[in-house]
Design a protein around this ligand. Structure first.
Ligand code: SAH
Length: 397
């Protein structure tokens, strides 16, 4: 086989040797053998020694998605089968958990399948091909999943912005088997949720918060809870189960709130005084403050404010604003459960933002728990970018 090569610039092999799966265009000296986008390439250092193998994409800033550091490891059908099988095997504990039937089966770089995501929702699979490397190998990837999972159907949600950066157009729709209903019903920790896999956010549900919802549950009994950025009310349903007296749900999406209300009812929580408010959280927090409303517990789970390093500062202001307002809205000794899902905002920075908010709010704040993404969203040590969700449970005096 004639190999195609990417030759690195002198002194630019460190990140490759550290097994980071992204090779940026700036590290490349030249190409050999005319690789085309989607081709397997060998990466050589400046002394013409093999360092890694991956898939080339001339359209992306990430020129090569590195897949293996072993020269004897060909990128063929068997390779993808091994990677997908390994990912699925890593979810065995979740598979055996009778109280949950929705979780992430394959998480992109963290599972050695850069740009590919597969989420299981009961008997349905929802997939995202977000890199050319994954797109090019979709047949192998899907065939393995079909063998291992035997889903009723596979639905594609490759409509994330990251596809554009790879020179790919968005794609959504059924890819195999039956077409899922508009709302799929799943079970998470014994609770039932309706998931809109066709039009909902991401692949339909924030699976990454499953373990945090459980851990948050101990703070809700007998409490009045504000669930800000509620989406389809997952935290609210856990709060109701844990005995919250009332939950105020705020989200800008009316449709999400409708599903949130359905989710409450489907779990048998009816006749409650819960509130569903379709509005901007920033406005609502200010309005509640002016009205002198106080809460026992506030959950703050905003969308990603920072999409790149360039807007970390602006995002930090956003995080500070809502956390400051939330702190002011809490009774003395109240609980703030606050998250950031911006990968570029580190845990350290997030804690500093809360520190600033606490000073400006003139409240004494203690961290009582640190939260992260669920175990089905592993963090690969060689790819720190696979860590993005961080949360703090704080007691606010
Ligand atoms: N906590 C939820 C996930 C929240 S996702 C869960 O566990 O399922 C973030 C949500 O914030 C989305 O539903 C989005 O519609 C909403 N949102 C984004 N910006 C908003 C704003 N300024 N005001 C209110 N809601 C907003």
């Amino acid at each position: 086989m004639i190999t195609k090569q990417v030759i690195l610039k002198k002194d630019r092999e460190k990140s490759v040797l550290n097994k980071h799966p992204w090779l940026f265009s700036g590290a490349i000296n030249r190409l050999e053998g005319n690789p085309e986008s989607g081709d397997v390439v060998d990466v050589w250092n400046s002394k013409a020694r093999f360092v890694a193998r991956g898939i080339y994409n001339e359209k992306s800033q990430i020129s090569v998605r590195l897949l293996t550091w072993n020269p004897n490891d060909p990128i063929d059908e068997e390779f993808w089968r091994r990677r997908i099988s390994r990912a699925v095997a890593g979810r065995l504990a979740l598979k055996q958990d009778q109280s949950t039937n929705a979780y992430r089966l394959v998480y992109s770089e963290a599972d050695g399948v850069p740009g590919f995501i597969a989420d299981l929702y009961g008997t349905w699979l929802v997939v995202q091909f977000l890199s050319l490397a994954a797109e090019k190998n979709r047949k192998f990837i899907l065939n393995t999943l079909l063998d291992l999972v035997e889903p009723q159907g596979i639905y594609e949600r490759s409509d994330s912005d990251s596809r554009e950066k790879e020179g790919l157009v968005p794609v959504t729709g059924p890819v195999w088997g039956e077409i899922p209903p508009d709302l799929i019903e799943i079970i998470e920790n014994g609770l039932t949720f309706q998931v809109d896999v066709k039009l909902g956010h991401k692949t339909g549900f924030y699976l990454d918060q499953r373990e945090n919802r459980m851990r948050a549950s101990k703070y809700f009994a007998g409490k009045e809870v504000l669930n800000a950025f509620a989406y389809t009310g997952a935290f609210s349903v856990y709060a109701a189960r844990a005995g919250a007296t009332r939950v105020i749900n705020v989200d800008s999406s009316e449709r999400s709130l409708q599903i949130a209300e359905n989710n409450m009812l489907r779990n048998g929580f009816n006749g409650r005084e819960d509130v569903y408010s379709a509005a901007d959280v920033f406005d609502v927090l200010r309005a509640y403050r002016e009205a002198g409303w106080k809460f026992d517990v506030i959950v703050l789970d905003p969308p990603k404010f920072a999409h790149s390093k360039r807007n970390v500062e602006k995002a930090s202001h956003g995080y500070k604003d809502i956390n400051l307002l939330a702190m002011k809205l809490l009774k003395r000794g109240g609980i703030l459960i606050t998250f950031s899902c911006s990968g570029v905002v580190s845990s350290d920075l997030f804690q500093k933002i809360l520190f600033g908010a606490s000073l400006d709010a003139s409240r004494t704040v203690q961290i009582i728990e640190r939260l992260s993404q669920g175990s089905d969203h592993p963090v690969l040590l060689t790819c720190p970018e696979s860590e993005y969700l961080k949360g703090l449970v704080c007691r606010v005096w």
